[in-house]
Design a protein around this ligand. Structure first.
Ligand code: BTN
Length: 243
């Protein structure tokens, strides 16, 4: 698989998306940068990562075989690939936080930003951006985040961690190709952060409510049991899990 290694770039997602639109990216092409000057997170946020300490990379994947209605399974496959990649390196207490975060010991260690490459009104490929905190130790401006080094006391080889995750991305995309949706969903749910635990949420209007996460719907919504055992489903823009 081809890997482009850059010292600095605005954003590996932006860079790879441009390559995809120009038709010069093949399936599996990976771009990894030591530093991003404009790292982007979900919902228009910024992704900051200390230079050369962590992994910031993007992978170009053909998704033309995935129906639009099943696009959330791409995100499940990627979360599970990061989960398994870290699990195979013996990282402890890993959880997937819906929709796109990876936690270890209740702290965020990785975020995923998946963007579409659209040609002639059809989504042909996804650019899968992953920011993984590996050897950074200072998170004074972000107490909810941590790194593999902080959690394990071990310095990790960035190339080794990268290849472990890339290997799992290929494995999980094979599940997608083989339409193993039930397996993907049940595995994702088995690693789901705060599943069946009393939790507090905020909706898009800012109101706070409590409930229990029961799982993920067939279209990728978070299912929450609220009062009177009523189950409500939420899109990612409609709800955020507070604690
Ligand atoms: C999030 O948790 O908000 C998602 C963060 C995604 C960050 C990665 S770093 C590599 C790739 N390039 C970007 O600009 N963003 C993603």
């Amino acid at each position: 698989m081809r890997i482009i290694k850059l010292n600095a770039i605005d954003s590996t997602n932006t860079y790879l998306k441009k390559m995809g639109v120009a038709g010069v990216a093949d399936d599996g092409l990976t771009v990894v940068a030591k530093f991003q000057t404009n790292g982007r997170g979900q919902m228009g946020t910024t992704w900051n990562s200390q230079e050369a300490k962590n992994l910031t990379f993007s992978v170009f994947k053909d998704v033309s075989f995935v129906d639009v209605a099943q696009h959330f399974y791409i995100s499940m496959a990627v979360s599970l690939a990061v989960y398994e990649g870290l699990n195979s390196l013996s990282v402890k207490k890993i959880k997937v936080k819906w929709p796109n975060d990876i936690l270890s010991d209740n702290k965020k260690i990785a975020g995923i930003l998946i963007e579409n490459v659209i040609k002639h009104n059809v989504i042909t490929a996804s650019v899968i951006g992953i920011g993984l905190n590996v050897n950074q130790t200072d998170f004074s401006d972000l107490p909810s985040a941590s790194s593999l080094l902080l959690l394990s006391g071990k310095v990790y080889d960035l190339d080794e961690v990268l290849s472990s995750i890339l290997k799992q991305i290929e494995i999980y995309f094979d599940y997608l190709k083989n339409r193993q949706f039930k397996l993907l969903k049940s595995t994702y749910e088995s690693h789901l952060f705060r599943k069946n635990k009393p939790s507090t949420f905020k909706n898009a209007e800012g109101s706070v409510f409590s409930g229990y996460i029961t799982g993920i719907s067939d279209v990728g919504q978070l299912m929450v049991k609220v009062e009177d055992n009523f189950i409500k489903s939420f899109d990612f823009k409609e709800v955020s899990l507070m604690y």
